[in-house]
Ligand binder design. Structure first.
Ligand code: SF4
Length: 177
């Protein structure tokens, strides 16, 4: 059986969901026999490839760069998975949503700066008005709640998807745990 192409993506998240992915420990070796990790913060791939079978998306869509990236990924992925509460609900990144983008920039780059307070105009991707869950901007096939989801849940979901089944997660996950 040929290996499936797996990708993982880190948008506006804390990387905790990727840490949970790594917590699969020795099960990663078993998975390595079934998938090729073709794009991820964990590997040195610069371009998101075409025809990816499964992509796990960590984090909310918060910046213009996130939006561009997740749309491109959706177009190149068969099964797109929202991994973790930030992807599923916007969670922590959405805490800035009651405030304007300019006031967020002021807080980060001026009020808390001790040297040369200034808001960067390049290098840093421009924030969207709101941090949004992934399904607000592209279609999502599978949701894995949790902050972060446990390694057991990620392993279960991945192995089900690799068997061609939709994982039944309602009794295995809950928000915030
Ligand atoms: S869901 Fe939790 S662990 Fe995952 S990126 Fe968001 S804050 Fe971090």
């Amino acid at each position: 059986m040929s290996k499936k192409k797996l990708a993982t993506v880190w948008l506006d998240g804390c990387s905790g969901c990727h840490m949970s992915f790594l917590d699969m420990d020795e099960r990663l070796i078993e998975l390595a026999g079934k998938v090729d990790l073709v794009y991820s913060p964990l590997v040195d791939a610069k371009e998101f490839p075409s025809d990816v079978d499964i992509t796990l998306v960590e984090g909310a869509v918060s910046s213009e760069e996130d939006l561009h990236k997740v749309r491109l990924i959706r177009g190149r992925t068969k099964v797109l998975v929202s991994l973790g509460d930030c992807a599923v609900t916007a969670n922590v990144p959405a805490m800035r949503n009651p405030f304007t983008v300019e006031s967020v920039y002021d807080r980060a780059y001026r009020e808390n700066a001790t040297l040369e307070p200034q808001t960067p105009t390049d290098v840093i991707p421009r924030l969207l008005r709101y941090a949004r869950p992934v399904h607000d901007v592209v279609s999502v096939d599978v949701y894995i709640p949790g902050c972060p989801p446990s390694a057991d849940v990620i392993y279960y979901a991945l192995t089900e998807l690799l068997e061609g089944r939709t994982p039944e997660l309602s009794s295995k996950t809950r928000f915030g745990a």
